[in-house]
Write a protein that binds this ligand. Structure first.
Ligand code: NAD
Length: 505
């Protein structure tokens, strides 16, 4: 007998419900696509409308709850996440593939954000200034924006929603949340946790479904005043255009083409570890993944030789197995895209020094891992890459590393800055002067000195420049600039009409 497939629902206006037309979609395990993890509502525009109205009604009360009290809910959220960390990590690994070590880290980022935001509820500081007039006081303070729409990708299914929901809720906003189609269960768990911690009904409305239906309806809905979008630059542009037409606030976190630079004076073993972790962690599907490695010509050959040897030893497999270093990619479409870029790289004349294909089965092997059932792709390294090749400039979002050569720090920086993206960069050098120049001149929102391109901390601003972002930041104190508006208040206690710029001139 077939096991029953678990059926999940939307959460709208304090109730779990199906999509308005009853349609559903399946969520499958990328390490074993025959395994259906559950069915989820393929929601409609009407579902989004109900969610937006529920969020609007909830906002009227939620904005009046004192911010420290809103923050204390986040403390409980953090406590629940700590208690359920291992269980949530397993759910995430099954639905998006990365090894448990990494999904535990993803949950931990949510925990850190919860505790950080809990305390920020007591620190939503305003600024008071003297007035230019007598017997008058000027105050300015933060107020919530209103109903916010949150549209997220699948690669950090816990961290990214928490970066938005926790500060946004603490600031007094309410939400309509559409998670990626590939990670709906993690979003469901997060919603359950917020409810268990005491979030009032209507403050968070979860609507599953397709980007072009649910995501577009959220973007277009007149009640929703701000949109936080994380995903590809192509989709981000669509979202930004719609928001521009409606003068909606929009925070965009989009693609990247991040580089690690290794100078000839670097600790090469450390740089090698960083390159392996940056390029093949999360199967290269991090927005901050290392997809370019810029090596000084003096150490290039030695470094490449060691890199290829070590990358060849990475073990592909189901992320639930403790022996796995690299999990599958997220879905068939993404794997086909990676194959396409490998073809492009070969056509462009780069050398495929490692991988480049779908791993074969394990026929006749004693290894219990069966890679043929999942969306696996071999860790791949291209050498002889030049800065203008497509594999050096376009986001691939998979385990593919392009190696480029440079002869100076200036050239390395120029190569780094030559792409349209600007999320993360890293430089390995023992020369403090070179490190400082790089920190200043690399055109990215984040720069790491002597560590990999990945590793954001919850209390620091996170985001990119150029085609990666639109000037906003998630994380830390900076995210509150997106989730609040400034309100200026003038209090005149003179008892007479005082005309600014006239009576004091
Ligand atoms: P995607 O753009 O395909 O989808 C992102 C989200 O947008 C999904 O929830 C999707 O359903 C929704 N969507 C799709 N079409 C839409 C539309 N027309 N209107 C509104 N919403 C729509 O991206 P993805 O494949 O899920 O994620 C991978 C991308 O995300 C990569 O480019 C990666 O670099 C980027 N990313 C960026 C960051 C960052 O912070 N800069 C973080 C993680 C991922």
């Amino acid at each position: 007998m077939q096991p029953m497939t678990q059926k999940f629902q939307n959460y709208i206006g304090g109730r779990w419900s199906d999509s308005s037309d009853g349609k559903t979609f399946e969520n499958r395990n990328p390490a074993n696509w025959q395994e259906v993890l559950g069915t989820f509502p393929l929601s409609t525009k009407e579902d989004v409308d109900r969610a937006a109205k529920a969020a609007e009604a909830a906002f009227r009360k939620w904005r009046l709850v004192p911010a420290p009290e809103r923050g204390s809910i986040m403390r409980k959220v953090g406590d629940i996440m700590v208690a359920r960390k291992e269980e949530i990590a397993r759910i995430m690994t099954r639905e998006m593939g990365k090894p448990l070590l990494e999904t535990r880290g993803d949950v931990q980022e949510g925990i850190d954000t919860a505790y950080y935001c809990a305390t920020e509820g007591r620190r939503l500081f305003g600024i008071n200034t003297p007035s230019e007039l007598r017997n008058k006081l000027n105050l300015s303070f933060r107020v919530p924006v209103g109903v916010c729409g949150l549209i997220t990708p699948w690669n950090f299914p816990m961290a990214i929603p928490t970066w938005n929901l926790f500060p946004g809720l603490v600031a007094g906003n309410t939400f309509v949340f559409k998670p990626a189609e590939d990670t709906p269960q993690t979003a469901t768990v997060l919603t359950e946790i917020l409810l268990e911690a005491g979030l009032p009904e209507g403050c968070l409305n979860l609507v599953h479904g397709a980007g072009t239906t649910v995501g577009a309806a959220i973007t277009e809905h007149p009640v929703i005043r701000a949109i936080s979008f994380t995903g590809s630059t192509a989709t981000g542009r669509i979202v930004a255009e719609a928001c521009g037409r409606q003068t909606k606030h929009v925070c965009l976190e989009m693609g990247g083409k991040n580089a690690e630079i290794v100078m000839d004076d670097a600790d090469l073993d450390l740089a090698l570890e960083g390159a392996l972790w940056g390029a093949f962690g999360t199967t290269g599907q991090r927005c901050t993944a290392t997809s370019r490695l810029i090596l000084h010509e003096k150490i290039h050959d030695e470094f490449v030789q060691k890199l290829v040897a070590q990358a060849a030893r990475l073990r592909l497999g189901d992320g639930l197995e403790s022996t796995t270093d690299v999990g599958p990619v997220i879905n068939e479409k993404q794997r086909k895209n990676i194959e396409r870029y490998v073809r492009i790289g070969r056509e462009e004349g780069a050398t495929c020094a490692l991988g480049g294909g779908i791993p074969g089965g394990q026929a006749g092997s004693t290894d219990p891992r069966d890679l043929t059932k999942g969306w696996f792709f071999q860790p791949t390294i291209f050498t002889g890459v030049t800065p203008t090749m497509r594999i050096a400039t376009e986001e691939i979002f998979g385990p593919v590393l392009s190696v480029l050569k440079c002869s100076s720090l200036e050239e390395a920086i120029e190569i780094n800055n030559s792409v349209i993206y600007g999320l993360s960069s890293s430089i390995y050098t023992r020369d403090v002067n070179k490190a400082m120049v790089a920190a200043r001149d690399l055109e990215t929102g984040i720069t790491y000195i002597n560590s990999a391109t990945i590793g954001a901390e919850a209390h620091m601003p996170f985001g990119g420049v150029k085609a990666t972002g639109n000037g906003h930041r998630e994380g830390g104190w900076a995210v509150f600039d997106f989730y609040t508006e400034w309100k200026s208040v003038y209090i005149d206690y003179s008892g007479k009409l005082q005309r600014a710029q006239i009576d004091n001139s």
